[in-house]
Design a protein around this ligand. Structure first.
Ligand code: SF4
Length: 439
């Protein structure tokens, strides 16, 4: 097989791995191309990466994966020199700014890691390539290999894959929870040591300076959003992860334990998880505030912050001229930037609606939850009006598997009522009943 054929096969095999900021399933209005993805470098730049596998041979049999040993597909592998050559040539032509390197497991985790490390060593030391590299750590690899690859890559990731140990046992029988968490722990410790050393010695070796990430597949196993979010929150705390990437499961395999092949990827659910994840990282929310065992799944109509606000109306309104930063951050329509601007600007005088607007507050949402110099929350319009104003317009753009019911059936095009959106289960059930009646 020539190099271009290998590249086609191995970029195609890599496209289901979403531990980067783009790729995954086709989204409305977006086309997913194999071969490239985007990531944020340690200095915050968004960089285009060549996204490829070292090999799509794999000795493991993860039920959900197209590269599993029992799948009959075209297999190939790069040699380390081939991969390094290809990357540097693309880099010189300005097609890419870095490399996202993953791999199937060939012979053993350590052997696979050795191949990846050799490719990165050629790239770094022979071709003098110092662009961004995101490398996957193979679960089960020895600490020595994790250490070596950490000194070559900017970011590392170990995929947790499934949100519970029982699902992992059922769908990825060759992977053990311990083999996934041990390298995560090592990366967290070595990364932190390296950052401390760099403060003292400018030339100390850098270990994964852009930190570590992980990926979780959503919808292949029965875990609730509550379980998934709690796991993500625990991993952020324990392993200092930079990001958890959520990947809507794309049915590629027929199996009794997996959703049917014609099931659409749960894109709205994936979107809600990213929104909730943002609340954990940027807004100071705890996972237990966003979802509870009693309401374990996201409201499809409201984003998680609006849903929290609607269910905690007793905490509002907040006075923008007095509230603490953390209280402002809880108001729908106020983000971290506008919250900080409000705290700074009010030192010079009381703020009214016009000033808030200038500072980036989305008044369409915030008006129901704030008092300002010239504004009283909601102005008597009530909770129903607030809910209608907060309904997420993206609900209607996530494809027919989720809420296209509204788009396709003129009989139920009206917006859901306040009761509908107060309870996810009720809202969805009622919509489905409506649809059945209309069919
Ligand atoms: S280890 Fe599992 S998920 Fe990774 S390539 Fe092999 S079969 Fe696929």
């Amino acid at each position: 097989m020539d190099l271009m054929e290998k590249l086609t096969v191995l970029t195609n095999s890599a496209k289901y791995d979403v531990a980067c900021t783009s790729s995954g399933a086709d989204r409305p209005g977006k086309t997913v191309m194999a071969g490239c993805c985007h990531s944020f470098a340690a200095d915050g730049r968004c960089v285009t990466l060549l996204k490829v596998l070292m090999t799509n041979f794999c000795i493991y049999d993860c039920t959900y994966c197209v590269n599993r040993v029992s799948n009959d597909c075209q297999r190939t592998a790069f040699t380390p020199a081939e991969l390094a050559e290809l990357t540097i040539e693309f880099y010189r032509r300005n097609y890419i700014e870095g490399l996202f390197l993953s791999s199937g497991v060939i012979k053993s985790p350590d052997y696979t890691m050795e191949q990846m490390i050799k490719a990165l060593e050629i790239l770094r030391y022979r071709h003098n390539f110092w662009g961004y590299v995101h490398a996957k750590v193979i679960p089960g690899a020895s600490p020595y290999m994790v250490h070596r690859i950490g000194l070559l890559a900017d970011r590392l990731s170990v995929n947790i894959e499934l949100p519970s140990e029982s699902s992992l046992r059922q769908l990825a029988p060759n992977k053990e929870k311990k083999a996934i968490l041990a390298p995560m722990q090592q990366i967290s410790i070595e990364g932190s040591q390296s950052r401390q050393e760099l403060v003292i010695y400018k030339k100390a070796p850098k270990f994964a300076p852009a930190g570590q990430a992980t990926q979780m597949i959503i919808g292949a196993s029965p875990e609730t959003d509550y379980q998934i979010l709690n796991l993500a929150s625990a991993m952020y705390k324990k392993y200092s992860l930079k990001r958890v990437f959520y990947s809507a499961y794309i049915p590629a395999v027929e199996h009794s334990l997996l959703p049917a092949p014609d099931t659409k990827p749960p894109l709205l659910r994936e979107h809600r998880l990213y929104q909730a994840d943002w609340l954990l990282r940027q807004y100071g929310f705890g996972a237990e505030e966003i979802l509870t065992p009693e309401t374990p799944n996201f409201n499809p109509y409201l984003d998680p912050k609006c849903n929290w606000a609607i269910n905690n109306m007793h905490l509002f309104p907040v006075d923008v001229n007095r509230a603490r930063l953390d209280e402002l951050l809880r108001v729908p329509g106020i983000g971290p930037t506008s919250a900080r601007r409000i705290v700074t600007a009010r030192k010079n005088g009381r703020l009214g609606i016009a000033e808030l607007k200038r500072m980036g507050t989305v008044l369409k949402r915030a008006q129901y939850f704030i008092n300002a110099a010239d504004w009283i929350a909601g102005a008597g319009t009530g909770r129903e009006a607030a809910i209608r104003a907060l309904i997420d317009p993206k609900v209607y753009s996530f494809g027919p598997e989720q809420l296209s019911l509204f788009q396709e059936n003129p009989g139920i095009q009206k917006l859901p009522s306040a009761e509908d959106v107060s309870s996810v289960a009720e809202a969805v059930e009622e919509t489905v009943l409506c649809l059945r009646k209309n069919l």
